[in-house]
Each structure stands twice: as structure tokens, then as C-alpha cells.
Design a protein around this ligand. Structure first.
Ligand SMILES: *Cc1c(COP(=O)(O)O)cnc(C)c1O
Length: 462
């Protein structure tokens, strides 16, 4: 390394000036530009001092500065196309919102809102009002509220209903839900004491009955939403548990988890416990997620007997886990779809994707294949393949949904193509199988089709 090379490095000031003179690109805030230029010059100097070859030309350093500054301004949270075939893809944000819910969010986002006012009197109101009566009407429960997510709903309900008390749970229902929700840990944080009964695969009503003591505060049932048990299995139904609870004066709480508000069997899908069924069975408290089968925003729903819900409301944790105004707008709009029993199947993307028929999906895949074939080089192999889509998001673990995908084989190989699709803006998420990239059509939204085409076309031109 020669000192001459070190001296040839342009000054930070010169780099900043050049980027600002170049009107062709994004305008960067000056302090950011100075910081990035300094980092680039220092990086080049350090490499030179270690005798690592460096392109010290002004042009090359400018490219580095611009790229570094652009990275700060590029959003990391953007929309994405889900062609994975996993409907409730937790990493891709779980449930896509309905059009009505999107509009409701946009409206509230744009300015001030009626979040906590009583419109009649102008006095202070409660944010809970926006979903309270909808939850009561739709679930048949006496009262209801929504909080940040279902993990928060379970934590809050346990803390409010059984503080310092024993909570009896079947060993077969001590679940872990992805993203570190482990029931025993949540229970510990709530201040309730876990009492396990039964075995992993079989729990009887008598197991619960024997465990009841004067210190018992709750019988808890948890839906095994993300795994299925088959074979030599016995679990106690919500109704049986309620009968025992009433006899012994202990309330029953049911964490339904996946949160279906309609019977999925109506569309030929496997049974998922609905919130309504849990309420009808007599459970005093029922909790579920807002962004799983309900098809709404991230939320945790708690419904049940008015006296318990009142306790939940007034617990100090309620404030800590309260929901924000945008989620209220989205949740209220999502719940409104359920006022018409048919509408959720039309308007909520999650239910529409769940109910889509294999014939319709095949027709869509054929149509998309035609469009892809004329957009990419002849060397690419584009086929329609039958696949199995999943519900995901810890729901209906054993449901196998027949679906169709566009299978793409390109000269660059599946990993490179998969990467190029992800590098597209918005990114397209696919899966790889048998050396081909599969784009499952069950999880595509109508507006995603041109994006998929565009991303493939772009990938074939690099
Ligand atoms: C998903 C799930 C949770 C956690 O819900 P989040 O809304 O993700 O916080 C809790 N319990 C059960 C049974 C679940 O399925």
C-alpha cells in the first residue's frame, strides 16, 4: 500500500457534494449522506491499510455511498405476495384484511378519530365500545373485549380471573404455539398456579375432579390448534368440563386459539371449535386470536360472563395490553362481515382461500401458466402441478387442502430463482420442490397475479 493511494481517496465533503449534484436519484437528508460518505471513506482507508485491494475511483465510492444511504430509506416492512400455499403464514403477517377492513384502517389512519369519545354527549368514551356489542351479538356471550393478541388475552384473563389460584389443565393441552407462547410460561407470568392433570394422550373428567381443591380458581381448556393427536386419545369436552365446574363452583375458560366464528364444515372442511360453540357449551371465559381463522388484524378476543369480563376490564394489565386504533378499525370491520352468515366466505380472504374449490384453482393456475409462458424465455419449463396447501398459523394442522401451483424450472436453478423472486418489490414468496419453484395459487390475492408475472419476467432478464 502506498501513501499515495490513501491520499487519492476523495474527501467526505466531495462525495456528499457529488451525490447531491447528481439530481437523477433519490434525495437524501444531508446528515445521513455525510455519515454514509464518512463510513465509505473510512472503510476504504481501513482496507488500504490492511493491503486489501480497493477501487478508490470516485465513481465506485459514490455508488457505495448512494447504496448505503438508500438502505436507510428503504422500508423493510412492505406488502408481499404469498405463493407458498400456507394461508395463515405467520412470517407473512397471517390474515390479509378484507377490503372493508382496509378502508376502515385507512380512514382512521388519516387523521383524528372517534377512538375514545361518546358521540352523543361528546364526553370521554371507551375504546372498547367499537367491538363490544358486535362480539356479544356474534358470539352469544354476555360481554366481550379485544386486546393486543391472544397471548395477551390468555395472560390477562388468567391474571384477572385466577390470581394466586390453582388452574387445572390437561397435560395433553399444555401447548406451545410458534413464537414462544408456551402455556406453562404464560401461566407463571399471570400469577396463577398450574396444576397438570391426566397424561399426554388421555385425560378424564375424573382427573379434573380429583384435582379440585379450595384453592382451585379455574378449569382451563386449551385447543390443540397446531397439532393433532390420533390413536389412543381421550380428552374432556368443554360441555363436560362446564358441567363439572358448575357442580363444584369453579369457572371454566376455553382458549380456542384459532378463533373460527363460522363452522368450517359448512364448506367441507374439518371441524374447528368455534367461539360460539364454546360459549354455548357454557364456558365462562373464551379467548381466541383475531388474525387466524377469524381473518382480521392481530388481536386477542375475550368473551364470556359479564362479571368475569368486568374483572378483566378493571385489571391493571388491561391497559398494558390494549389494542391500538388501527386494529380496532380493522377488527370492527372484520366482525361486521359476520352479521351476514354468507358474507365472510365472500369477503374475508382467509375464508375465501380456505373454501376455494380445486376446480377453480386449477382453472386459475392454467390461466396464470399461459400468461407466464409468453413472458419468459423458451428455455424455461412452466407447468401446472397439483399440490397440497396448508392452513398454517397453528390452525387445522391435519387439513390437507388440494391446490394447484405453477411449477417453474429455469436455467439459473430453483434457489437462485427463489432468491430473485424475493428480491423483487414487492417480494414474491414461493417454495421449492423437486428442483422447481412452486407458486401455489390458493394463497394468491387477485391483485397478486400481475406482480407474479412481473417478478418472473424480471427474474428472466437478469
Ligand atoms: C395462536 C394461539 C395462541 C396465541 O395467539 P396470538 O394471537 O398469536 O398471540 C394462544 N393459544 C392458542 C391455543 C393458539 O392457537
Amino acid at each position: 500500500m502506498s501513501t499515495a493511494e490513501l491520499h487519492r481517496l476523495p474527501s467526505v465533503e466531495r462525495l456528499v457534494q457529488r451525490v447531491e449534484e447528481d439530481l437523477g436519484g433519490t434525495r437524501f437528508p444531508r446528515p445521513l449522506l455525510v455519515e454514509c460518505a464518512r463510513a465509505v471513506v473510512e472503510g476504504a482507508r481501513a482496507r488500504l491499510l490492511q493491503n486489501v485491494p480497493v477501487d478508490t475511483s470516485l465513481e465506485s465510492l459514490l455508488v457505495e455511498v448512494r447504496a448505503l444511504a438508500a438502505r436507510w430509506l428503504a422500508p423493510t416492512l412492505t406488502r408481499a405476495v404469498n405463493a407458498t400455499g400456507v394461508i395463515l403464514h405467520t412470517n407473512l403477517g397471517r390474515a390479509p384484511l378484507s377490503v372493508r377492513a382496509q378502508h376502515a384502517v385507512a380512514e382512521v389512519m388519516a387523521g383524528y378519530s372517534t377512538l375514545e369519545v361518546d358521540l352523543q354527549t361528546g364526553a370521554r368514551g371507551s375504546r372498547y365500545q367499537h367491538v363490544e356489542s358486535l362480539l356479544e351479538k356474534l358470539t352469544g356471550a354476555e360481554a366481550g373485549l379485544a386486546v393486543n393478541n391472544n397471548a395477551a388475552a390468555v395472560l390477562l384473563a388468567l391474571a384477572a380471573v385466577a390470581p394466586g389460584k390453582e388452574v387445572i389443565v390437561s397435560r395433553g393441552e399444555l401447548v406451545e404455539i410458534g413464537g414462544s407462547f408456551r402455556l406453562p410460561d404464560v401461566m407463571a407470568q399471570s400469577g396463577a398456579r398450574l396444576v397438570e392433570v391426566g397424561t399426554t394422550n388421555r385425560t378424564y373428567l375424573s382427573d379434573y375432579e380429583r384435582a379440585i381443591t379450595p384453592a382451585t380458581g379455574l378449569l382451563l381448556k386449551v385447543h390443540r390448534s397446531n397439532f393433532a393427536m390420533e390413536g389412543f386419545v381421550r380428552e374432556v369436552s368443554a360441555a363436560e368440563l362446564v358441567e363439572l365446574g358448575q357442580r363444584r363452583g369453579v369457572p371454566v375458560m376455553y382458549d380456542v386459539g384459532s378463533g373460527a366464528f363460522v363452522d368450517l364444515r359448512a364448506r367441507g372442511l374439518p371441524y374447528e371449535p368455534t367461539v360460539q360453540d364454546a360459549v354455548r357449551a357454557g364456558c365462562e371465559i373464551v379467548t381466541c386470536s383475531g388474525d387466524k381463522l377469524l381473518g382480521g388484524p392481530q388481536a386477542g378476543i375475550i368473551v364470556g360472563r359479564a362479571t368475569w369480563i368486568q374483572r378483566v376490564h378493571s385489571h391493571p394489565l388491561a391497559r398494558a395490553v390494549r389494542m391500538d386504533k388501527l386494529d380496532y378499525a380493522a377488527l370492527a370491520a372484520t366482525l361486521q362481515h359476520y352479521l351476514d352468515p354468507e358474507e365472510p366466505w365472500e369477503s374475508l380472504p382467509v375464508l375465501r382461500m380456505l373454501a376455494a374449490s380445486a376446480e377453480d384453482l386449477e382453472a386459475l393456475a392454467m390461466r396464470l401458466r399461459q400468461a407466464v409462458v409468453v413472458s419468459v424465455p423458451r428455455t424455461w419449463q412452466i407447468e401446472v402441478r397439483s399440490t397440497i396447501a396448508e392452513v398454517g398459523g397453528g390452525s387445522l394442522p391435519s387439513a390437507r387442502l388440494p391446490s394447484y401451483a405453477i411449477s417453474v424450472r429455469s436455467p439459473q436453478g430453483p434457489d437462485a430463482l427463489d432468491g430473485l423472486l424475493r428480491a423483487h418489490r414487492p417480494p414474491v414468496f414461493s417454495r421449492i420442490s423437486d428442483d422447481a419453484v412452486l407458486l401455489d395459487v390458493r394463497t394468491l390475492l387477485p391483485e397478486d397475479e400481475p406482480i407474479v408475472l412481473e417478478a418472473l419476467k424480471h427474474a428472466s432478464s437478469v
